[in-house]
Design a protein around this ligand. Structure first.
Ligand code: SMG
Ligand code: MG
Length: 369
């Protein structure tokens, strides 16, 4: 049992090395909420994966901040001595707001593990000490711009390339990259930009031996994902649609996907992420670790998660240098074989560098009982 004494919220901003364009917009800066939770014996860190606007999901930084300040932190302080396994129940009175919950759950778990000097990877039952990494490439105006990025990342060692697509920037780009790289693991991610009437695009993409097509349709539309999956042989993977283990089970049982992208931040934190992992493993559905352009805090968390046994496909767990000129923590580096080390220190095994944290912070608030 341990007790949260305070939660410090910080809004941090880090410039990206290059703009990242998806079907719903372009980011040039990573802006997110960090939670630093203090117990009597340790501090723990949680990174919220919400963004500036409610575009990837219904949450955004200001909503996550308010959910933590107004509801989650007061509930945690009122509860007194608890263990991490209690938190999902404790926070169940707050509907949704899973990204906000994840920041608090993960920070509490990190503090709890640091008190016990246990690593997050060992807590989750890691099956490996290095994970195989892929990279997600934003939509580019030109094919030459895309080629340059694909070639650069392959030269660095990345073992799977994911191309962001949107209507009109899809089949031609995939055909060109597949033509130049017949043997790489290649996937696409539409971020829900297509509608059921676009089936011809997916029939065309079916010719390129893609590892998967990620979230082609609206996040609430499991039924049309199932009918699309029944007409193409490429596995569909769900990302935005999966907010919980129950969603994963529904998606699998309905035939809406054959692969699941797990983002601990999207499903409410590490405890629910573990349940999603287990539900998929029981149904022989492979999973991989998604990314939300996390700083080193979220990256360390994701690497531990990705070490679990059913994470059998390369994840969006790329090196710090793929995102930021300078990370918030010591940088995470890719080995030439395309793997990254799973942190083995207590908790998530890293923490923001104090000077970097100060330099990146634009707002701070300390919450206490
Ligand atoms: O962290 O490398 C990363 C980003 C991976 O493509 C990525 N994330 O839908 O999977 C996804 C997107 C969501 C983030 S868009 C800001
Ligand atoms: Mg995605």
């Amino acid at each position: 049992m341990t007790r949260a004494r305070s939660i410090e919220l910080r809004l941090v901003g880090l410039p990206l090395v290059r703009p990242f364009r998806t079907s719903f917009g372009t980011s040039t800066e990573k802006v997110c909420v960090l939670a630093r939770l203090e117990t009597d014996h340790a501090e723990g860190w949680g990174e919220c994966v919400a963004d500036l606007e409610p575009d990837f999901s219904a949450e955004w930084n200001a909503s996550a901040w308010a959910a933590i300040e107004d509801f989650l932190a007061p509930a945690l302080f009122r509860a007194g001595d608890v263990v991490t396994e209690d938190l999902d129940g404790l926070f169940a009175f707050v509907r949704g707001n899973r990204m906000a919950k994840a920041a608090v759950v993960n920070a509490f778990l990190d503090a709890e593990l640091r008190e016990r000097e246990a690593s997050l990877a060992s807590y989750l039952g890691a099956a490996r000490d290095r994970v195989v990494c892929g990279v997600s490439i934003g939509i580019t105006e030109t094919l030459d711009g895309l080629r340059e990025q694909v070639d650069g990342y392959l030269a660095e060692g990345y073992r799977r390339i994911k191309l962001k697509i949107e209507p009109g920037i899809d089949v031609d780009h995939v055909a060109a990259i597949r033509g130049e790289h017949p043997d790489i693991l290649l996937s696409v991610d539409a971020n829900a930009a297509y509608s059921p009437g676009d089936v011809d695009v997916f029939r065309a993409l079916d010719a390129f031996d893609l590892l998967m097509i990620e979230q082609p349709l609206h996040h609430e539309d499991l039924l049309n994902h199932a009918s699309l999956q029944s007409t193409i042989r490429t596995p569909l993977c769900l990302d935005e649609s999966i907010r919980s283990a129950a969603d994963a089970i529904a998606g699998i049982e309905l035939g809406s996907c054959r692969i699941v992208n797990i983002k601990q931040g999207r499903v409410g934190g590490l405890e629910e992420a573990r349940r999603v992992h287990d539900a998929c493993a029981e149904r022989s559905v492979p999973v991989w670790c998604g990314g939300m352009l996390e700083t080193g805090v979220g990256r360390a968390t994701n690497l531990a998660l990705a070490a679990m046994p059913n994470f059998t496909l390369p994840g969006d767990t790329s090196a710090s240098a793929r995102y930021f000129p300078e990370d918030l923590t010591e940088p995470f580096e890719l080995a030439p074989d395309g793997t990254m080390e799973v942190p083995s220190g207590p908790g998530i095994g890293t923490a923001p560098l104090p000077g970097r944290l100060e330099a990146c912070t634009t707002r701070t608030q300390i919450l206490r009982p």
